[in-house]
Design a binder for this molecule. Structure first.
Ligand SMILES: [Zn+2]
Ligand SMILES: [Zn+2]
Length: 137
């Protein structure tokens, strides 16, 4: 994934771009991702925030994450599509939801995290590293 990458919400009222390769790309099986996405897991790209630009009206839902720090979940203020997260425990980065990208085909997940919360009916069929919680720093 090189060059400018773009994404948007379902209604198009919120859009974003970034111009950096992801620092990490992962499947997150945590219970917060399950609940907030209505899906068994989320796929997210860790992007340096200084290259990330967002336009449009956002809504923010803040919870205390498993890290113990606040996690700010940003979605479109109109259609409520989840777009990205900011975590107080990871300053300087945003976690972009793969499903919001205009071209998801360039996404290459590298690991599964919070596998301890994975649903038993989700079968991991790849050889990527699996971590019970966060990967070791
Ligand atoms: Zn929208
Ligand atoms: Zn998660």
């Amino acid at each position: 994934m090189t060059g400018e990458t773009s994404g948007r919400c379902h209604c198009g009222g919120a859009q974003f771009t970034f111009d950096a390769a992801p620092v990490a790309t992962f499947y997150c099986h945590c219970s917060d991702c399950q609940r907030t996405t209505g899906s068994p897991f989320s796929v997210e790209l860790m992007i340096p925030s200084d290259t990330f630009a967002v336009m449009g009206e956002l809504a923010t839902y803040t919870v205390i994450g498993d890290s113990g720090g606040a996690v700010h979940r940003r979605s479109c203020g109109s259609c409520a599509s989840g777009l990205f997260l900011e975590c107080d425990s990871d300053p300087g980065f945003v976690f972009v939801k793969a499903g919001a990208l205009d071209d998801q085909s360039a996404v290459h997940p590298e690991m599964h995290i919070f596998v301890s919360a994975k649903q038993p009916w989700v079968k991991i069929a790849d050889d990527l590293p699996q971590y019970d919680r966060m990967p070791p720093a």
